[in-house]
Design a protein. Structure first.
Length: 318
């Protein structure tokens, strides 16, 4: 007997909603078409469920890495889709010829990974990073055309950053390092509490970045950005902070959206959604009959959500 050789099984938003509606008894197996209003309501409950699960702790699969581009003397950075310059994936290169003020093109060491309309930052001699977008790329000559002319000179060897997509707001920042122009990382100290950070002297005086404090700003009024405070503000424009952060579980917006969770969570999603919907419409008997399985599937899904690493115990240490 042969096996499929495939491990890509998944369910989209509508698959999950219909499965949960059938499990809850709200949609019969013989019903080929789910009423639009019922499907819309179950989609709403599915999104509520995965957002609620963010309260239960952080998972390995919703960890991500991002780069925050620093500015001299800037002590805080908004992180999120409408925030300061930060991204999960970026390209770093240098220019191979001096670009004068008013120049609309630069010649790069490499253009690999760049695309037209990407964000591009050029570190100028004035120790500032000028951000614009890429209008054109000549892959033969490695010439990049900028949407906006340079405001001052960038000398041969100046650092260039490009990226496509702004990062999402972190729920938390786990670790952070400073990366210099030579791509050498230096660990920052442990994250500070709000009280520790705001009790620091010289918070607004540029120096060496040694620590940070992050406020995720969970209030609705703050929109989609958190605030990263660095101590002290940097002195150079070509340094970055590399962060490992906890990201939100992505929404189910379209009917064909796949879950932003591993495959092993599919039964947990189906059965816990069924329980949530039963509770919402007062089907207490059905809810009680599903609760044991729903709880088990959720426990099974979270049971494998751990890291394998060595633990060392040192006699006599505190």
């Amino acid at each position: 007997m042969s096996t499929s050789g495939s491990v890509s099984f998944s369910m989209d938003r509508n698959d999950l909603c219909i499965a949960a509606l059938r499990t809850s008894g709200m949609l019969g197996l013989e019903q080929a078409v789910c009423p639009a209003a019922l499907l819309s309501w179950s989609s709403l409950k599915l999104n509520q469920l995965v957002k609620h699960w963010e309260n239960s702790g952080y998972h390995l699969w919703n960890r991500a890495h991002a780069t925050v581009f620093l500015n001299p003397s800037q002590d805080k950075y908004s992180l999120g889709t409408s925030g300061d310059r930060a991204t999960d994936t970026f390209v770093q290169t240098t220019i191979t010829a001096t670009a004068l003020a008013t120049a609309t093109t630069i010649t790069a060491t490499s253009v690999t990974g760049m695309s037209v309309n990407d964000n591009i930052g050029v570190c100028l001699d004035a120790n500032t990073t000028q951000w614009t977008t890429i209008s054109a790329i000549n892959t033969s000559t490695l010439v990049i055309t900028l949407a906006v002319a340079l405001t001052s000179q960038a000398t041969l060897g100046a650092t260039v950053f490009t990226y496509t997509t702004q990062m999402l707001r972190p729920l938390a920042i786990e670790t952070a390092t400073i990366r210099n122009v030579a791509l050498i990382d230096r660990m920052l100290g442990y994250p500070k509490s709000r009280e520790e950070y705001f009790n620091y002297p010289l918070k607004y005086t540029a120096g060496t970045v040694v620590s940070y404090y992050y406020n995720p700003n969970p209030q609705h009024s703050t929109g989609d950005t958190g605030t990263l405070h660095v101590y002290q503000p940097p002195t150079l424009c070509n340094e970055t902070i590399q962060i490992e952060y906890v990201r939100s579980i992505q929404d189910f917006d379209a009917a064909t959206d796949s879950p932003d969770l591993p495959q092993r969570w599919l039964l947990a999603l189906e059965y816990n959604l069924a329980v949530l919907m039963c509770s919402a419409v007062g089907k207490e008997t059905k809810k009680a009959s599903l609760m044991t399985e729903a709880t088990k599937y959720l426990q099974d899904a979270t049971a494998s959500d751990y890291e394998t690493a060595d633990v060392f115990f040192i006699p006599g240490s505190n």
